[in-house]
Design a protein around this ligand. Structure first.
Ligand code: PMP
Length: 427
């Protein structure tokens, strides 16, 4: 049955549309932190949290808000006043920590980053952009042009002049051997060196924790140090919070807050889970930056009433149930548990993470060499045991990614860790 659908998929969809597993999975329904496949098998979902489902699968509050709104009106998000859009923008501006914030809604993270690039390049009159090595920012022509992860950058052509900066990855690269302070100093020197040899860039865009790149993060304070260098020169700082926003990292509501000294970024982009499955993305920026465009710019589907209703219900649930606190507590416990397992599995090079954003980097034992086959084995074994996880990293996809819905319970964390332990031991 699944293979039949797989063959049909292959016959009609592009080859480059990535699919997990030898025998790809068809997910047919979900509830809470669990999903079921077409054959009726049940899985604990340790990855859907970062893709679509930030809080929980089939969350009744969101389902009700969506179905009621869908039965009332779905119309263009612009040209007419849109009450749910105004309300969600007010809520997001309030939690953004950006002064005099304006919010623009898009349909995806890609479109959010495109908008951030449009604003920054227009504001600064420059199409030179700084981005981080190993980054991922989307699939459009412009966002691919700032994506340093070559495995996800299918063209080297670009409307932008992009310069790549060191610092997003702590474990690999020329500065990996340095301690935190020296690492930051070396990255700042690298940035200053680049700036000394180029026309003034519009902005630096960075994920506070690299998502697709394998949940890697620099030492706290790197982006605060970058910010000082950038702001001296009038260059904008764009934080791509598509994976790190809304409290997922536990300690902070936004990923950039781990680098908060000196204040918020000039532009923040968000997407993925905030609509709990409905396509809500967007950009937050100070009025001065958001309003710099001197022509109309609309997104027909960005901010429709039904997606905004989902976002409002989801954000309300997230805040009322303190899911950031839950991510901190349950995620902290899960990281400790996985570190204990990892100490006994030679292929595990590092378990890292914050809150419910946990990466397990694999390498051939005793070396620094990536181990993509081992990662593929763990993914298959975890699935066989009833657990879905993700993978990431550079070309080699040698990092296992754990990012469950943020309502994960302690019992579910224990259950998932036990399955993952068996899968890791099977390498
Ligand atoms: N930015 C980051 C950090 C992402 O992880 C992603 C998606 N993986 C995107 C942007 C693009 O989002 P979308 O797929 O919704 O276009």
């Amino acid at each position: 049955m699944t293979m039949d659908l797989f063959a049909r998929h292959r016959a009609v969809l592009p080859d480059w549309l990535a699919l997990y597993y030898e025998d790809p999975l068809e997910i047919t329904h979900g509830e809470g932190r669990h999903v079921w496949d077409a054959a009726g098998n049940k899985y604990l979902d340790f990855f859907g949290g970062i893709l679509t489902t930030m809080t929980a699968h089939a969350l009744p509050e969101v389902t009700k808000a969506v179905s009621e709104q869908a039965g009332r009106i779905i119309h263009s998000s612009t040209l007419y006043l849109n009450r749910p859009m105004v309300e969600l923008a007010e809520r997001i501006a309030h939690v953004s920590a950006i002064p005099d914030a304006r919010v623009f809604f898009t349909t995806s993270g890609t479109e959010a980053n495109d908008t951030a690039l449009l604003l920054a390049t227009a504001h600064r009159g420059s199409n030179t952009v700084l981005a981080m090595r190993n980054s991922y920012h989307g699939r459009s022509f412009s966002s691919v042009g700032i994506t340093g992860n070559r495995g996800w950058s299918p063209t080297s052509l670009s409307p932008l002049q992009t310069l790549y900066v060191h610092g997003g990855v702590r474990t690999r690269g020329p500065y990996a051997h340095l301690d935190d302070r020296d690492f930051i100093d070396a990255c700042v020197a690298d940035l200053e060196d680049l700036l000394g040899h180029t026309r003034p860039p519009a902005a630096l865009i960075a994920e506070p924790v690299q998502g697709v790149g394998g949940f890697t993060s620099p030492p706290d304070g790197l982006y605060a140090a970058f910010r000082e260098v950038l702001h001296e020169r009038g260059i904008l700082w764009i934080a791509d919070e598509v994976q790190t926003g809304w409290g997922r990292t536990g300690e902070h509501f936004w990923g950039w807050q781990a680098h908060g000294r000196g204040g918020p970024p000039d532009i923040v982009t968000f997407a993925k889970g905030i609509g709990n499955g409905m396509s809500v993305g967007g950009v937050i920026a100070r009025a001065e930056i958001m309003n710099c465009l001197d022509a109309n710019s609309i997104s027909t589907f960005g901010g429709t009433q039904v997606t905004m209703a989902a976002g409002l219900a989801n954000l309300t649930y997230l805040l009322e149930h303190d899911l950031q606190g839950n991510a901190r507590r349950v995620g902290g416990m899960l990281i400790e548990r996985l570190r204990a397992v990892a100490a006994q599995v030679p292929h595990v090079r590092e378990v890292r993470g914050r809150g419910l954003m946990i990466g397990i980097e694999l390498a051939r034992p005793g070396t620094d060499e990536a181990a993509p086959e081992a990662a593929a084995t763990v993914l298959e074994e975890a699935r066989a045991g009833g657990l879905l996880i993700g993978k990431g990293g550079g070309h080699s996809t040698s990092v296992l990614r754990v990012a469950p819905p943020m309502s994960l319970t302690v019992a579910e964390a224990e259950e998932g860790a036990a399955i993952l332990e068996r899968a890791l031991r099977s390498i």
